[in-house]
Design a protein around this ligand. Structure first.
Ligand code: PLP
Length: 395
């Protein structure tokens, strides 16, 4: 029996494959320190869990509106209005089961076969996968290490054609930890306005920043109506398994996205949406504590990586990823690619990381090799992991 042709166009998230490999090694008795997984190692704050329990006990266990319950959409509209300094109404918010569906639905709502979509490379692999799935043409825009993983906007502008429909941004970024500067965002906004493009701004890490202030492209003049903000609860409130996120967009597009949701999941889990209201309106101390701990770990891991021969790591400004350049280390060990180094570190040193190519094919004319480290793991694991890597690389 045959499956649909389009399934062949759907990609994967390599992090899950490496995770399966790590689990296999662990069940065979190997000790593995993992820097592979992209989720906070903290527990969901107690007040949020309690709000969910209360909602279940109050029987908020039925279907709700496809775009989300009104009190949560109002809470999100307030939150986005304050943090992005733009007026947002509840009807411009669409609640979804996670941030990821915002990517899936945005691309389905905006991209026709043959339309071109510009997306960051390296970047979250789901962008390219879904663009391909709908028959769009993925156009990778390089993030440049020397520019602290910002775009060369002159180069980006050259990628625009009459078929370009959408630009995807992600700041702070997965996998580099980089943040787009105000100047970069202003230049991209000008390009989007001049060419009448949509922008999907993936801001899932907007609260996990260490240096400088977060700026959303939606806050820039002329951008609000053409921008879809993706944000959610997974990273900020350590709620990855709850599945709660949202998109913010103009009202007309919000109606289309809602129709997509009605056709797929009917609505996001009702009692979890009540927990989301508590997350946004309750105490924020746990977020501040988590970010302070991530900052400490960031400093620890970047210093440690830069102390290993052949590794050079820029200081990330946000998220919980470090993205060192390992070109020299690969050369010294006789490896052609970071993927070989990743396999060597996993099997020889018992340390799991992801190769840069899990986040998109190498950019044209870029000879460099990278690894991604998630430092959403204890300080003790970071120190031990760094020591094991140093021994394996400098042997
Ligand atoms: N966007 C980026 C850049 C991410 O790194 C992730 C998760 O790793 C997501 C979106 C998805 O978030 P969620 O778990 O809320 O679906």
């Amino acid at each position: 029996m045959k499956t649909a042709h389009r399934l062949g166009k759907l990609g994967m998230e390599n992090a899950f494959e490496v995770l399966a490999e790590v689990n296999k090694l662990k069940s065979a008795g190997r000790d593995v320190i993992s820097f592979a997984i992209g989720e906070p190692d903290f527990e969901t704050p107690a007040n949020i869990k309690q709000a969910c329990i209360n909602a279940i006990n109050s029987n908020h266990t039925h279907y709700g509106p496809s775009n989300g319950i009104l009190p949560l959409r109002e809470a999100i509209a307030d939150y986005i209005s304050q943090t992005r300094r733009i007026p947002v109404k509840a009807n411009e918010v669409v609640v979804m089961p996670g941030g990821k569906p915002v990517i899936y639905y945005t691309i389905h709502a905006l991209v026709d076969p043959g339309d071109e979509v510009i997306y960051p490379n390296p970047g979250f692999p789901i962008y390219e996968s879904v663009i391909n799935f709908v028959g769009g043409v993925p156009i990778p825009a390089p993030l440049i290490e020397e520019k602290n993983f910002n775009f060369d906007t002159e180069q980006l502008e050259k990628l625009i054609t009459p078929k370009t429909k959408l630009i995807i941004l992600n700041s702070p970024q997965n996998p580099t930890g980089g943040m787009l500067t105000k100047q970069n965002l202003e230049e991209i906004a000008r390009i989007a306005i001049t060419n009448n493009l949509w922008v999907l701004s993936d801001e899932i890490y907007s609260r996990i920043i260490y240096d400088g202030e977060f700026l959303s492209i939606s806050s820039l003049p002329g951008m609000k109506d053409r921008t879809i903000i993706l944000d959610g609860f997974s990273k900020t409130y350590a709620m990855t398994g709850w599945r709660l996120g949202y998109g913010v967009m103009n009202e007309t597009l919000a109606e289309h996205m809602t129709r997509l949701e009605t056709n797929c999941e009917s609505c996001t889990n009702t009692f979890i949406q009540h927990a989301g209201i508590e997350a946004l309106q309750g105490p924020q101390d746990s977020v501040l504590e988590m970010v302070a701990e991530f900052k400490f770990r960031r400093n620890l891991i970047v210093a440690g990586l830069n102390d290993i021969r052949g590794i050079c790591c820029k200081m990330p400004s946000g998220a919980f990823y470090a993205y060192p350049n390992v070109t020299e280390a690969c050369k010294n060990l006789g490896f052609g690619t970071a993927k070989e180094l990743q396999q060597y570190l996993l099997h020889q040193a018992g340390v799991a990381v992801l190769p840069g190519t899990s986040f998109g094919a190498r950019n044209k004319n870029d000879p460099n090799e990278y690894l991604r480290f998630s430092y959403a793991t204890s300080q003790e694991n970071i120190l031990k992991g760094l020591q094991l890597i140093k021994q394996a690389i400098e042997k």
